[in-house]
Structures are given as C-alpha cells and as structure tokens.
Design a protein around this ligand. Sequence first.
Ligand SMILES: C[S@@+](CC[C@H](N)C(=O)[O-])C[C@H]1O[C@@H](n2cnc3c(N)ncnc32)[C@H](O)[C@@H]1O
Length: 184
Amino acid sequence: MRTTLLRGLAVAGASVAVAVALATPPAAAQVHGLDIHYVPTPTEVVSAMLDMAGVKPSDVVYDLGSGDGRIPIEAARQRGATGVGIELDPALVKLAKAGATQAGVQQRVRFARADIFKTDLSKATVVTLYLSPTTNLRLRDKLRRELAPGSRVVSHRFDMGDWTPDEERVVNGIHVFLWTIQPR
Ligand SMILES: C[S@@+](CC[C@H](N)C(=O)[O-])C[C@H]1O[C@@H](n2cnc3c(N)ncnc32)[C@H](O)[C@@H]1O
C-alpha cells in the first residue's frame, strides 16, 4: 500500500516537472548572462530610429541585443545600409538569420552570437539600443571609447543618464533618443 502510494507520488511529480518544462519559454530561460530579456521594438519605432540616425547606404548599423534582427534587417531593407546584430540568445540569432534571408538582405546583414560588452564596436557608424537604464549607463564608456566621432547612438525608451540628446521623439507614446559621439 505504502509502496503504491510512493510510486503514485513519484509519477505525479514527474508529470508536474514535464508540464513545467513545457510551459517554460525555451530560449530565454536557458541563456546565461542576459542583461535584459527579449521584447521587440514596434515597427514604427524601428523606422523612427533609422530616420533619426539619418541611416544611409554607407552606414554600418549595429543593434546591441538584436532579438529577431528587425533593426539590422530594416536598416538594410529600407536604407541600403549594412546591418550587424549582436545577440546572446542562439535561438534569436537563428530567427534573425532566417528573417534576413526572407527579407532578401542576407548579403548586407550579419548576426553574431556574442555578448555586447565583449564585442568590438569600432566598425559601427550607428548603434541602436533597446536595453535598460542600467545597461545603457554601463555601455557609455565603451561607446565613447570605440565609436568614431560623428557616429550616432539611438535608444528606444531609455536615455543615457547625463548625456544630452541631440533629438528626442515620441512615437506612439514611446520615447526615442539620439546622440552623436563627439571628438575626443
Ligand atoms: C529588449 S530586447 C531588444 C531586441 C531588439 N533590439 C529590438 O529592438 O527589437 C533586448 C535583447 O538583448 C539581448 N541581450 C541581453 N543582454 C545581452 C548581452 N549582454 N549581449 C547580447 N545580447 C543581449 C536579449 O536576448 C534580447 O534579445
């Protein structure tokens, strides 16, 4: 009787474990080192970010934490620029590569599975961000050090502390900020 009860409990426990595992989003739960989880930028905000930065075909646009790749893909598709996405989550990198192929811009866009804090940004002429207030602050020195003067930084929703923006726009209630890297 006691053995049957214990066996019943073990089976029930295993079923709960399977149910929890199935209910957990596969990628986000397993990726270590993420500074912020995935939330996509709405399409109209993507277009505003590219517009504010004045993205043109000669630009190299790095999206730090690129999610499904929509910003680099649109930089290539709408503006003819080169797009680079840096993303820690391998499932999102895969999705972004498929998205670039689907949009027909795979020749002008690349995605790397990497930590934004360990990636060399010196080739970027435009950097786009949708991170968090603290992550933006942690990035400031790196951006100032690695980007050439005249490079633009655009951030969806979060500012850069005491950096004064060149422009701030509100798109459907969402704040977007633009800064230009000054000569050192
Ligand atoms: C709020 S989402 C923004 C996604 C995309 N940039 C967009 O605007 O649609 C932030 C992304 O940053 C990624 N991320 C967080 N910390 C990271 C890190 N240290 N290095 C690389 N990617 C990171 C997350 O996986 C997530 O996809």
